[in-house]
Design a protein around this ligand. Structure first.
Ligand code: WTA
Length: 710
């Protein structure tokens, strides 16, 4: 059966459970159907849409997405494969992303809310920014960037901003000028930001003095000083640091302002009040932004996204999969510092002229009812979050949603596999049985969704992300490139390019090919897209109904709370501690955050293990990457288990930390160390009350395979 046919299994019908499903201990779940009221109003409720996006209509099918935008000049070609695998979409076309997200809505929806910002302190009212107001703020800030900073099309600018409306204003002001923004997640450390400044060649850093997080006004400007110093270390001078102030006129940071380099935006902006800047007409293929993500080596990769293809793709998927209409109030609780926020808080929703909600703080501040109070007060009807947030809100306040009078028509889950049990709580309690759910599988590199159910036309199946989305044709391959049958796990690949795919890895085109395409390309000279399957780096299983279950990363990336952390990055950070000889980071199954990280280190001769030494390792990881990468435990062991060629066997220590079967250790050069490590680590974990639970088959397989390639 193909992806485009309706599943043959009826509601409550018989389920055939295949061998491999038993093997992975995650039974096929039943279907849930969308309420009729949802179907009636949905943007995509006519099955003819599947024909419009069938494989024989590729790539022209994607003009349906491009037609959602206003173009200064229409494209000459939909897809140019002449420089495969560097795909060029909508070549010859010209447009401006800020015009599409702001200006064009002003005549019709000028006084409608574009953004509603909810500050974390609950005694402060939400801030409404209309499309007309957004237009002025974007223009004024674009004028400042152009005049005060001398920025022009093609320049890169690094942003290190929290969840405040000034962030989309800054992004859209850059886009207005054709300046390429590179927003670094606010929770990353100054050093991590500095590395990204250097890699992107930014000479301007835009940040904020502080922001509210779990009840405190955190000092954020302090990170800018580290960032500039680290960038300089890596050969990149930063000339200007623009500092937005969380409370204009007051300074929330202890860090000094460096005269001639650091400027408060609210002091400089006065001069630009009321100014308008024409949107710069950009080629469809001009880069719109960079988004750094972790990979298999230490150095982060700057995923470069295009103006025309990317914007078309996020507008199209927002319309059909998020079911966004201009009159909806849409709230995605992700951070704009990640790809989800770029595509599905800022660019997609604003391209469609809807109201997008931005919340500054943590979901459970001051208590687990907060998200539901926000939803009730603002009349949110589309809600979007991650399994980690759902698991956490379920744990701390399972009955909370029922206390509030909001009504969602649509909900999304993104970023990690969601357990069917958690999915059902989301459906029943958060969605009150009234909302459809889309589980969306995709990546920083892919710009928008790859796998999800079209909510009015395909039933939901808990634990599966759904079939491939419109115009995406996946295949599951084994290590040799042979297609695996339904029900068997393999590497999920996308056989065709699509408009949202990254254009390249910024400054490292060879990595774009080696990481995503080399594995399954048989002819590097080929200009036929059929020869270039995109290797996503995820394991997956396809069920006979065409629904995909994503099993997780097949490389050494660990998904913590929906955030990708490269083990190599964590290990390099640990190795900055002078006493550390060797370091290995491993994933540990966690019932709230999906995975957490534990780090094993061995010390150079002459140094003793101590709590202080372990704390130093944690500190180094926080400094180099940020608190999100903070390991749950650091274990100082006398020696690492190693192969005869001297490689650390990460799967062995991963098994120890997960209380899993250690497996065969006969290939180790030093099998005698394993028992000692196991005793040390497991005794300590049990003493801390960290009791293991029985792992599922999928989890066991993941732990056994971990680090296989390193
Ligand atoms: C994982 C986030 C299961 C996957 C948008 C992918 C998922 C990585 C899902 C990308 C999902 C994302 N179900 N796993 N619905 N969505 N993933 O780049 O391993 O931060 O490769 O993009 O998250 O993470 P990234």
């Amino acid at each position: 059966m193909t992806e485009n046919e309706e599943p043959q299994v009826s509601e409550g019908g018989e389920q055939v459970v295949s061998e491999s499903q038993i093997a992975v201990h995650w039974r096929e779940e039943e279907y849930y159907y969308p309420p009729e009221s949802f179907v009636a109003q949905a943007n995509a409720n006519d099955p003819a849409i599947f024909d419009r996006f069938s494989v024989d209509r590729f790539p022209e099918c994607f003009t349906e997405y491009a037609d959602l935008l206003d173009w200064d000049k229409r494209w000459d070609r939909v897809l140019d494969t002449g420089d495969a695998p560097f795909w060029r979409w909508f070549t010859g076309g010209r447009l401006n992303a800020s015009y599409n997200c702001v200006d064009r809505h002003v005549p019709v929806h000028g006084n409608k809310a574009a953004l509603i910002w909810v500050p974390e302190p609950e005694d402060v009212d939400p801030v409404v920014i209309t499309y007309r107001e957004l237009f002025h703020r974007v223009n004024e800030f674009a004028a400042l960037l152009s005049d005060f900073c001398g920025l022009k099309a093609g320049d890169r600018v690094t942003l290190h901003m929290p969840m405040v409306p000034e962030l989309p204003v800054t992004m859209l002001a850059c886009a207005r000028l054709g300046v390429v923004h590179s927003q670094v997640f606010g929770g990353f450390s100054g050093n991590a930001c500095g590395t990204r400044i250097a890699d992107s060649g930014s000479r301007v850093l835009i940040t904020m003095d502080g922001y509210y997080r779990s009840g405190t006004l955190a000092d954020h400007k302090v990170k800018a000083d580290d960032a500039v110093a680290e960038a300089k270390n890596q050969g990149q001078e930063v000339d200007q640091v623009l500092v937005w102030r969380r409370h204009p006129g007051q300074y929330a940071s202890q860090a000094p302002m460096l005269a001639g380099r650091d400027f408060f935006v609210d002091e400089v902006a006065g001069k630009y009040r009321g100014q308008l800047v024409d949107p710069v007409s950009m080629p469809a293929e001009a880069p719109l932004f960079l988004m750094y993500t972790s990979g298999t080596t230490g150095r982060p990769k700057g995923a470069q996204h295009s103006t025309g293809g990317y914007l078309a793709y996020v507008a199209g998927t927002s319309k059909y999969y998020q079911d966004i209409h201009p009159e909806d109030t849409y709230w995605c609780m992700a951070d704009i510092g990640w790809i989800t926020g770029h595509s599905y808080i800022v660019y997609g929703p604003l391209a469609l002229g809807t109201t997008s909600v931005i919340y500054e703080g943590t979901p459970n501040y001051p208590d687990a009812g907060r998200p539901w109070r926000i939803a009730e007060r603002l009349g949110v009807n589309i809600f979007h979050t991650s399994p980690t947030a759902i698991r956490m809100l379920r744990k701390v306040g399972p009955g909370e949603p029922g206390k509030y009078g909001y009504h969602f028509k649509h909900m999304t889950t993104v970023g990690e596999p969601i357990e069917p049990e958690v999915w059902r709580w989301y459906h029943k309690h958060v969605g009150k049985g009234e909302a459809v759910i889309v589980d969306t599988w995709w990546q920083t590199e892919t710009g928008g969704f790859l796998g999800s159910s079209l909510p009015a036309l395909k039933p939901m199946k808990p634990g599966s992300c759904g079939p491939a989305v419109l115009g995406i044709f996946p295949v599951i391959l084994d290590e040799d490139g042979a297609e695996v049958p339904d029900g068997k796990a393999g590497n999920i690949c996308i056989t065709n390019p699509w408009p949202g795919i990254m254009q390249t890895v910024w400054g490292q085109p060879e990595r774009f090919i080696s990481v995503y395409y080399a594995k399954y390309n048989k002819n590097p000279e080929s200009m036929d897209w059929r020869d270039w399957p995109y290797f996503a780096g995820d394991g997956a299983v396809r069920a006979p109904d065409g629904y995909y279950r994503i099993l997780g990363r097949v490389d050494d990336v660990i998904n913590v709370a929906g955030h990708r952390l490269g083990t190599k990055e964590i290990e390099s950070a640990a190795l900055t501690v002078p006493e550390v000889a060797e370091a290995a980071a491993v994933p540990v199954i966690d019932d709230i955050r999906g995975r957490v990280v534990e780090v094993y280190v061995s010390l150079k001769p002459g140094y003793q293990a101590s709590d202080a030494q372990a704390a130093k390792v944690t500190g180094a990881i926080e400094t180099e990457i940020g608190k999100i990468a903070r390991p749950k435990y650091v274990w100082i062991v006398p020696d690492m288990p190693k192969t005869r060629s001297g490689k650390i066997m990460r799967r062995v220590i991963a098994a120890v930390s997960n209380f899993a079967d250690i497996g065969d250790v006969t290939t180790l050069a030093n099998p005698e160390v394993v028992d000692g490590i196991r005793h040390q680590v497991q005794t300590a974990k049990l003493a801390k009350g960290d009791t293991p639970r029985e792992l599922t088959g999928t989890e066991k397989a993941e732990i056994q395979a971990f680090g296989a390639e390193s």
